[in-house]
Design a protein around this ligand. Structure first.
Ligand SMILES: Nc1nc2c(ncn2[C@@H]2O[C@H](COP(=O)(O)OP(=O)(O)OP(=O)(O)O)[C@@H](O)[C@H]2O)c(=O)[nH]1
Ligand SMILES: [Mg+2]
Length: 225
């Protein structure tokens, strides 16, 4: 049976996005740029973690940049720019995800060969971004302790398309009665074997391990290339 018209259009749009993303991934890999796509619900701590990440990586001499998507405002770009890294904001004006072509357009003028890592902060949403490949090397699903341990089960699409999970705001775990064992089991059930890091940007807990993971992944990318 043939697909309804609306599904045909969606399939065609996603296919075009996949082609753009594939071409971008080739360019990123050829230039040795590790691209990290950070996805989570609104307010789970993406920008806070990213500002700290950009600051720390720059301090150790790693060349980094970021592109951040939101429906409205350039608040996040302004926060991230405090790190000193080049940052560009995409305002989607209603669209609940970023697309490969938007990233491509916002790369204009940046010398990929001079870049070691590019971070993409996706629009805060647990559903829409999952179908849109951005040419990333690593998709990171963030889950804050305040959201509830069942989110990986309710939103499997994000977790089972990700390469790494990061539990954020662990400084608040006791205050909100976060059940760590259940959260880890739920992630494992949806994406068996996916590594999970735990961080509290507010206190610095777990940030060293996160930075080490990024550096390791960049080294593997270079070895593969
Ligand atoms: N206690 C605590 N609060 C945090 C932590 N990380 C972020 N926050 C707070 O959580 C709120 C949301 O953080 P953001 O970094 O803006 O979250 P976001 O995921 O970028 O949000 P959107 O871009 O709107 O999707 C802010 O008030 C942060 O200060 C943390 O580790 N601990
Ligand atoms: Mg943000």
């Amino acid at each position: 049976m043939s697909q309804p018209r609306i599904l045909q259009v969606r399939t065609k749009i996603l296919k075009a996005n996949d082609e753009t993303a594939r071409e971008m991934r080739r360019r990123f890999e050829a230039a040795g740029v590790l691209v990290v796509n950070m996805v989570s619900s609104p307010g789970s701590g993406k920008t806070a973690l990213l500002e700290e990440t950009l600051t720390r990586l720059r301090t150790r001499g790693t060349s980094v940049a970021a592109i951040v998507g939101d429906l409205e405002t350039d608040n996040d770009a302004r926060r991230l720019a405090r790190s000193g890294a080049p940052v560009r904001q995409i305002e989607t004006h209603g669209l609940c995800h970023l697309e490969a072509a938007m990233i491509d357009e916002h790369l204009a003028g940046w010398d990929l060969a001079g870049l070691e890592m590019l971070f993409i902060e996706n629009v805060g949403n647990l559903v829409c971004p999952t179908s849109w490949d951005l040419g990333e090397s690593v998709r990171v699903a963030l889950l804050s302790v305040t959201e509830g341990e069942d989110k990986p089960l309710k939103y499997p699409g994000l977790f089972n398309t990700s390469d790494l999970a990061v539990i954020t705001k662990t400084d608040l775990a006791d205050a909100v009665g976060f059940d760590r064992t259940t959260a880890l089991a739920n992630i494992e059930r949806v994406r068996p074997g996916m590594p999970v890091l735990e961080v509290a940007t507010r206190t610095g807990t777990g940030i060293d391990a996160w930075i080490d993971e990024l550096l390791l992944r960049r080294s593997s990318l270079l070895r593969r290339g």
